[in-house]
Design a protein around this ligand. Structure first.
Ligand code: ZN
Length: 256
């Protein structure tokens, strides 16, 4: 039995399978990464995108944010084979939850494209969703496109019907991760029988601690990432391969 067959067997036996994903799952879709060579922060000043700046100078923040969004999300990104394999595992009943650090919304797109009401996979976007905005007064969340258009036309900062300022629905630097979401993510990690960490360097929180919370003698921890991570030694199975190769193969083995 090879590693993938062992992992598939553990997944079939498991009550709770949790996938945690980072930028590495969206890179094959062409979504630029924030860090590293030619990352977004090589071209933009991180200091202009803090929560403090948003509060002090929402109009200036929004003007810069639009440029950042144009650089990051211009062009239509599509879910890739890795997103699709996870979505399919969800409809097959093999995946309890996806916890993601990504704000690109591609897991939700992939779930829509397998177009099934039978998927019961919970999606927790730990850092929010850059394609949405949220009113800082009434809390209303809406699709960002019409708001981005208004802002691009000079309506700065864009505001809600209630008069509150809209904020990109993402966690900014200097802003707390939403406590309830993080608690839920931690609970799912602890509860998991199989925990897969996918396309994340597992260095920053909460990425660094979730697989460690999951790790126990009864839990299978799998890591799929092109580079080594500090958690590799605590994992049962490590694939240093492309996520778009490993996950479709895993799904095939599960189907076989
Ligand atoms: Zn409002």
């Amino acid at each position: 039995m090879d590693d993938l067959e062992r992992l598939a067997a553990d997944i079939r036996r498991a009550d709770t399978v949790v996938a945690f994903t980072g930028a590495g799952i969206s890179a094959p879709s062409g979504v630029p990464t924030f860090r590293g060579d030619d990352g977004v922060w090589e071209h933009f000043d991180e200091g202009q995108f803090t929560y403090g700046r948003f509060q002090r100078d929402p109009a200036g923040f929004w003007a810069d944010r639009l440029e950042l969004q144009r650089a990051m999300f211009d062009g239509e990104f599509e879910p890739n084979a890795a997103h699709e394999a996870l979505a399919a595992m969800g409809t097959d009943g093999h995946l309890e939850a996806i916890l993601t650090q990504n704000t690109d919304g591609l897991h939700a797109d992939a779930a829509d494209s397998v177009a099934s009401d039978s998927s019961e996979t919970t999606l927790l976007e730990l850092h929010g969703n850059a394609r949405r905005v949220r009113c800082t007064d009434c809390g209303r969340r809406i699709d960002g496109d019409p708001v981005f258009e208004r802002a691009a036309d000079g309506d700065l900062p864009p505001t809600c019907d209630c008069g509150g300022v809209y904020k990109p629905d993402v966690v900014l630097f200097g802003e707390q991760l939403p406590g309830a979401v993080i608690q839920r993510a931690r609970a799912l990690a602890r509860e998991s029988d199989v925990f897969l960490a996918i396309g994340s360097s597992l260095v920053v929180e909460p990425a660094a601690s979730l697989p460690r919370l999951a790790a126990s003698p009864e839990t299978t921890v799998g890591i799929i990432n092109l580079e080594s991570t500090p958690v590799d030694s605590a994992a049962d199975i490590v694939y240093r391969e492309d996520v778009t190769t490993v996950l479709p193969r895993l799904r095939d083995v599960l189907e076989a």
